[in-house]
Structure formats: C-alpha cells, structure tokens
Design a binder for this molecule. Structure first.
Ligand SMILES: NC(=O)c1ccc[n+]([C@@H]2O[C@H](COP(=O)([O-])OP(=O)(O)OC[C@H]3O[C@@H](n4cnc5c(N)ncnc54)[C@H](OP(=O)(O)O)[C@@H]3O)[C@@H](O)[C@H]2O)c1
Length: 336
C-alpha cells in the first residue's frame, strides 16, 4: 500500500510503499477513502509532540470501507462504510481518560495511508448520506468540540459563549455546535475573512485577538460578559479571559497554540466563582453523542480544501500558515 511518512522531524512528508497491515484480534482492516489533518499531525511533523518517533505514518481522522476482519470480530462489518473514533482505550471513567489512552496516528500507524487496522470498538457506521470526506473531517475535531462545549463546558441554550481562533478545525465545529444549541456565539480571529465566514455560520460578532484592547471591544459588542469561553491558544490573551466572564462562568481549554499562560490575578478567578477546565478529545459516549448531535442538527463540516494524497505536504503548509477555515481533508487514492 501507499502511505504518507514522516521520516525525520522537520522534513517534508513523502509517499512510500509499505505492507498492508494485518488486522489483529478484535480489529478491522479499513481501506481508507479520506483522511483529515489535525494540528497534532503538524506538531508530530515538527518533532515537538510528546513521544514523537520517526519514521511514522501520521493521521488520526479517517473514513473508509472495512475489507478484512481479525479474530473475534463480527463479520457483519465486512464491506461496511465506517468512520473511525481516533481516541483509543479511553478507559472506564467518562470523567477522564485512563492510563492506556492513546490517539490513532502515533504511536500506532495513522490514517494517511491506503489501509489502517483499528479496534472494532473504534469504528462507527457512516450514514449513507455522508460523503467519505465529510466523515473524515469530523472525528478528532468534532469529538474535541463536543466534549469541550457540552460535557465539560455544560453549555446551555441562550448562554453567551466566546470561541477563540475562529478559523481552527476544532473552532469551526465549536461554532457550528454552539449555534445549533441556540447559544449566543462570539469569536476572535487574526483574520477579517475568517470572522466574516464565522458570521455566515450564525456568529453574532467577532474581534481581532491581535489588536490592543480586543477584550473591551468584545464586551461592548456582546453587550456584557460571557458564560463560557472555549480556547485552544492559551498565550498572552488567556490572562484576559477571567475578566470577560460572568460570575460562575467557565473557561474550557484544550490546546496551547500561542504558548504559555502568563501570570494571572487569582482574585479574578475565585471572586467570580469561575471554573477553568481542561479537556482532551472525548470518551466513546462523547463520540456517539457527537455523531447523534451532528445527525440531529444536520451539521455539514466546513472543509477548507481537499488535497490529493500526493499533495499532503502542500496541505501541511496551508496549516502551518494558518490559512484554513475549517478542516483540511486528504483524498486517499485507491490501491492499484
Ligand atoms: N486536547 C485535545 O484533545 C486537542 C484536540 C484538538 C486540538 N488540540 C489543540 O488545539 C489547538 C487547535 O487545534 P486545531 O486542530 O483546531 O488547529 P488548527 O485547525 O490548526 O487551528 C489553529 C487556529 O489557532 C488559532 N490561533 C492561533 N494563534 C492564536 C491566538 N493567539 N489566539 C487565538 N487563536 C489563535 C488560529 O485562528 P485564526 O486563524 O482564526 O486566527 C488558527 O486557525 C492546537 O494547539 C491543537 O494541538 C487539542
């Protein structure tokens, strides 16, 4: 089969020929039709993701058709079109993952390949009306967004929510899900074009997070403070978030794209009875609930661009330059 390899940190990725994996006990072999990129793949490519090892076949998101089953797997899976939950071995506790939790695409072979073998428990039937590209765009980012907003953030209808970095793959799902829930949604972004696109998804207003005084402009536009802030950037702006919260407000954080969080004033957190909550991907139940939510609200993932497998390096450059609004999808070529 052909697969995308990271051969060394900080090198262009390349297409190589390798063996088709054998499905182990309890696993299914999937012929992939589409995959999608996540920032995680980019961090691995740069060699700065914890546990990054080379060579590796990256990719957490994928959809395709089951072509072989391993031992102890129901044969009914054969020829089914599926979507993969990339969060493996979450564990028994819905509140947090256990010690064996890991993500498809490192250390295990990922989805930027013509075939991947995954546990039967990680596959879900793809609705017939969803394209393989739509199904591939959804898993990691949709799951992270769902848990951040609802399981951890406890977002309710009519609440006011701020989503930072409007153009990000997860941020676009956060926006779509929060709007579908009936919340009042505001965003921040580095780009006017992306704020306009977010407005098209039902957002009330947006501000530039790089502009001095953005937090005052935002509070004015929103006519007050926020019940929930969802952030994946951290960095200097994080320190402004407690001041933007209503009493009893929540901040949910799932990434650190902009670096470390600077000093914060403790009183802004305890006097507001504020909660700062970390979240990472989601449980199998979160995944199931996310798929149901997407079906119920007929949510169409925003795909920025679909690249052929041979152009995966160009797709990574687009991510590196923060050019995308939504997901970057890779169409996996059929084996000869
Ligand atoms: N813990 C988890 O389970 C989990 C899951 C998924 C992702 N993540 C992490 O979450 C982050 C986002 O992931 P993603 O896949 O959505 O990435 P992505 O599609 O590459 O989006 C990154 C976005 O970050 C925004 N950004 C950059 N600097 C910012 C700043 N100073 N303030 C606010 N926003 C800023 C940009 O938004 P604009 O273009 O609008 O400026 C950019 O589009 C990454 O750090 C990733 O590793 C964690």
């Amino acid at each position: 089969m052909q697969a995308i390899y990271f051969t060394q940190a900080n090198k262009n990725c390349s297409l190589h020929e390798t063996d088709i994996p054998e499905p182990g006990t309890g696993e299914v072999l999937i012929q992939l039709k589409a995959a999608a990129l996540n920032r995680r793949d980019y961090w691995i490519k740069k060699g700065i993701y914890a546990g990054a090892k080379f060579p590796c076949i990256p990719g957490s998101d994928g959809s395709g058709v089951v072509v072989k089953t391993g031992k102890n797997v129901n044969n009914d899976w054969l020829n089914k079109s599926v979507i993969i939950n990339p969060g493996l071995k979450w564990g028994d506790n819905p509140d947090h993952h256990g010690s064996e939790f890991h993500i498809l695409g490192l250390p295990r072979q990922g989805t930027l390949a013509q075939f991947v073998s995954v546990p039967e428990t990680s596959v879900w039937e793809k609705p017939d009306t969803w394209s393989f590209e739509k199904a591939a765009a959804l898993p990691l980012a949709g799951l992270t967004a769902y848990r951040a907003l609802f399981t951890r953030g406890r977002l309710k209808k009519k609440e006011k929510v701020l989503i930072t970095g409007a153009g990000g793959g997860v941020a676009v799902f956060l926006t779509q899900f929060a709007v579908a829930k009936g919340a009042k949604v505001y965003v921040s972004s580095s780009s006017e074009k992306k704020i306009k696109k977010a407005l098209g998804l039902g957002v009330k207003a947006g501000v530039y997070y790089n502009m001095e005084g953005w937090e005052k402009d935002l509070a004015e536009l929103a006519g007050g403070k926020f019940d929930l802030i969802i952030d994946s950037a951290a960095g200097e702006n994080f320190e402004k978030f407690p001041g933007l919260l209503n009493v009893g407000g929540r901040i949910v954080i799932f990434g650190g794209t902009a670096g470390k969080i600077p000093e914060m004033t403790a009183a802004k957190i305890f006097w507001k009875q504020a909660s700062i909550l970390g979240t990472t991907m989601g449980s199998p139940k979160d995944f199931e609930n996310m798929l149901d939510f997407v079906k119920k609200h007929d949510i169409e993932p925003v795909i920025d661009k679909i690249f052929p497998m041979v152009d995966t390096e160009l797709a990574f450059r687009q991510m590196e330059n923060h050019e995308q609004f939504g997901k970057i999808v890779i169409k996996i070529s059929d084996p000869f």
